[in-house]
Design a protein around this ligand. Structure first.
Ligand SMILES: NC(=O)c1ccc[n+]([C@@H]2O[C@H](COP(=O)([O-])OP(=O)(O)OC[C@H]3O[C@@H](n4cnc5c(N)ncnc54)[C@H](O)[C@@H]3O)[C@@H](O)[C@H]2O)c1
Length: 252
């Protein structure tokens, strides 16, 4: 097992990619702490992990709430005396043309998709620095690398994550902490299904599918495999990198 005795915090662990991350990292021996705004989903995933023989705990946490994030991360650190892995996965987009967005929409999307990751990282970092060890993965999006119709502000926030990953990797290398970033392409999760069901958005998604060299959408488990690579020793000499997992849709 690649993550024996490791403690991993995964945001948005209640469904979709976060759920797949919880299941795979636990299979590799990590104790997974699933943080999700939807506490019930997070608890269900923790139960799934336990049923497959792993260790997991769940917390209902909104990553846009600094006090809540700080309190829960401290609680986890006090209980387990270590935080080895952080997967910054939680995110959301309300897809619509930029011209139709308001400043309130921008604030919401940036607060969640960019500042949400900063908040959790800021809370976790001191524990990794004290241990002189850590692996952090950010889930950005190919929307940040090549653009995506209807995702202007989300894409901007996700591009911010790429820049943040690179500087964090430089700053924290001396503490033995690595930071890397994954850009999923269209991946079949509950949020993806909700978007696909929308006539306008679904039409765009179907048209994009034709341009994916591997001719299909991704699966959450395929993103989780890339997460496992970045948080395990398999990537011990890799930091500050951005990996698209998108069936070849983007090659940048
Ligand atoms: N599915 C795709 O096609 C796709 C493509 C590129 C990037 N992404 C990114 O991948 C990540 C996971 O996406 P997904 O498709 O699995 O989404 P999803 O909506 O299926 O799951 C996201 C999870 O995050 C949780 N969450 C949302 N806001 C939160 C908050 N404020 N605090 C705590 N938890 C919160 C949700 O409750 C949910 O359980 C997101 O960052 C998303 O932007 C997804």
């Amino acid at each position: 097992m690649k993550l024996q005795d490791h403690l991993a915090i995964i945001t948005g662990g209640g469904r979709g990619m976060g759920r797949a991350d919880c299941l795979l990292l636990a299979k590799e021996g990590a104790t997974v702490i699933s943080l999700d705004k939807n506490g019930e989903n997070a608890r269900n995933v923790a139960e799934e992990v336990r049923q497959q023989g792993g260790r997991a705990e769940a917390y209902g946490v909104d990553i846009t709430n600094t006090a809540e994030v700080n309190r829960v991360v401290q609680e986890v650190a006090d209980k387990y005396k270590r935080i080895d892995i952080l997967v910054n996965n939680a995110g959301f987009d309300d897809i619509k043309p930029f011209i139709d967005t308001t400043e309130k929409d921008w604030d919401f999307l940036i607060d969640l998709n960019l500042k949400g990751h900063l908040r959790v990282t800021k809370a976790v970092l001191p524990h990794m620095i004290a241990a002189n060890k850590g692996a952090i993965v950010f889930i950005s999006s190919d929307a940040a690398r090549v653009g995506s119709t209807g995702e202007a502000v989300y894409g901007a926030a996700k591009a911010g994550i790429i820049g943040f990953t690179k500087t964090l990797a430089r700053e924290e290398a001396r503490h033995g902490i690595r930071a890397n970033c994954i850009c999923p392409g269209l991946t079949d999760t509950p949020q993806f299904q909700a978007n696909l069901a929308d006539p306008k958005i679904g039409k765009i998604m179907r048209s994009v599918e034709k341009w994916i060299p591997l001719k299909r959408f991704g699966k959450p488990e395929e993103i989780a495999k890339a997460v496992l690579f970045f948080v395990s020793d398999d990537s011990s000499f890799v930091t500050g990198q951005v990996l698209s997992v998108s069936g070849g849709l983007t090659m940048v």
